[in-house]
Design a protein around this ligand. Structure first.
Ligand SMILES: C[S@@+](CC[C@H](N)C(=O)[O-])C[C@H]1O[C@@H](n2cnc3c(N)ncnc32)[C@H](O)[C@@H]1O
Length: 392
């Protein structure tokens, strides 16, 4: 549990939260008193000027709410760069599009390693919803790789000019808004959001026919029915979104990294309370109503759904593995030596970071990597050591 002082907001933060609560109250009223959780998550993450990703919260890295793999270690970006280099090599050049580039750290690490390999992309494009993060990315790139800035551009919409190369997305899919549902023998409920005595609260109501059909299919995929009161999530926009952001790739690879599971494991009867995950000041918890607009809300990714989106987009599913095996396949141990050189202290620090990225109890198993290929036949080293495609 949080200590009270860890929860305390300063005056600006409190004002921001009040603004978001007023906005939500109006939205709930306009929706007839009950807002779907999907719409709630959309608002608290993306409402212009107020949402977690649209407004100026620090979000990740030091002083932020959570740490992603590129924020933990440059080893992640170095290995991703090696995977990109294989693809760019096979294409004799090309560009990279990163979706949701966060603080810009992955972009810096990938470009520096590709530069050292003589495999810089013609362009490094970034598709980013947050104006605040775009600015942070620009500043970091300006500071760290000023000589490469001319290759970087920001896209305003997914459907840019067609290009050959690589699309990357780390921890973006988990931010797509989800529907929450509850399984009851008598009826399946969709959990929405209401105001109760002026406070945001969860409220179930009978699910629509289409949601009931979806739940029946998810339960069947997980091997039967769930216990009374089983709660989980479903991301209705994942397929269409993944197809739209990868639509401009002519020939090349798409690399997805995120926490998640194949459908049959995601909807295990034992995972009784779903996968919703909230982050506030480096604390993970399950309360989506804490400080709306100031905390991150995410849900695990159904990788079977993502694989289906790839097939619908005309891509070949080229690999699915854990983060551990992805990094090992790209010889992360060798990258430690490349980055640290003869500095043994630096090497020891990198070894600790590698543990965080790779140990099963840390990020190693929870995080997965998936590759799609379009118009290209290529063995990808990051997916050569372990093939989990049969689990999808
Ligand atoms: C959890 S952060 C991950 C940041 C970065 N990839 C990393 O690993 O550190 C999610 C990122 O995706 C961006 N984002 C969220 N939804 C998006 C969307 N629909 N399209 C593009 N970017 C999005 C956020 O603004 C943020 O930069």
């Amino acid at each position: 549990m949080f200590m009270q002082r860890e929860l305390a907001l300063n005056a600006d933060e409190a004002r921001h939260c009040d603004g978001m609560r007023a906005h939500l109250a109006a939205e709930i009223a306009a929706a007839g008193g009950w807002l779907s959780f999907e719409q709630y998550m959309d608002t608290v993450l993306y409402a212009p000027g107020l949402g977690y990703y649209s407004a100026g919260a620090r979000k990740f890295g030091g002083g932020g709410d959570f740490a992603t793999a590129p924020e933990i270690s440059s080893l992640f970006g170095a290995c991703v760069a090696l995977q990109c280099a294989e693809v760019l090599g096979a294409l004799s050049g090309g560009s990279i599009l990163e979706i949701g580039a966060g603080s810009g750290r992955l972009a810096v690490d990938v470009m520096l390693r590709l530069e050292s390999l003589g495999r810089l992309p013609a362009q490094y494009m970034i598709l980013e919803v947050s104006a605040d993060l775009r600015e942070r990315q620009r500043r970091r790139l300006q500071e760290r790789v000023p000589h490469l800035l001319e290759r970087v551009c920001w896209l305003d919409a997914p459907a840019g000019e067609p290009f050959n190369g690589v699309i990357l997305a780390n921890e973006v899919l988990d931010a797509l808004p989800v529907v929450r549902f509850r399984w009851r023998r008598a009826q399946i409920e969709e959990i929405g959001v209401v105001l109760e005595n002026g406070q945001l609260a969860a409220a179930p109501r009978r699910a629509s026919r289409s949601m009931i059909e979806i739940c029946d299919a998810l339960a069947a995929a997980a091997g039967g029915t769930w216990d009374e009161g089983y709660v989980s999530e479903y991301c209705p926009r994942l397929g269409a979104w993944a197809q739209s952001v990868t639509g401009s790739l002519n020939t090349g690879a798409v690399l997805w990294f995120d926490y998640g599971l194949p459908r049959a494991q995601y909807y295990f009867a034992q995972r009784h309370d779903g996968t919703l995950l909230c982050h506030f000041r480096q604390r993970a918890h399950g309360n989506p109503f804490l400080h709306p607009g100031l905390q991150d809300i995410s849900a695990w990714v159904d990788f079977t759904s993502l694989a289906e989106a790839g097939a619908a987009a005309g891509c070949e599913l080229a690999g699915f593995t854990t983060q551990t095996y992805f990094l090992a396949g790209l010889q992360v141990d060798r990258e430690m030596r490349v980055i640290a050189g003869d500095d043994e202290n630096h090497f020891a620090r990198l070894a600790n970071q590698a543990r965080q990225l790779m140990l099963p109890g840390e990020m190693g198993e929870r995080f997965k990597a998936m590759a799609w290929l379009r118009g290209l036949d290529l063995e990808l080293s990051g997916f050569a050591l372990q093939d989990l495609r049969h689990t999808l």
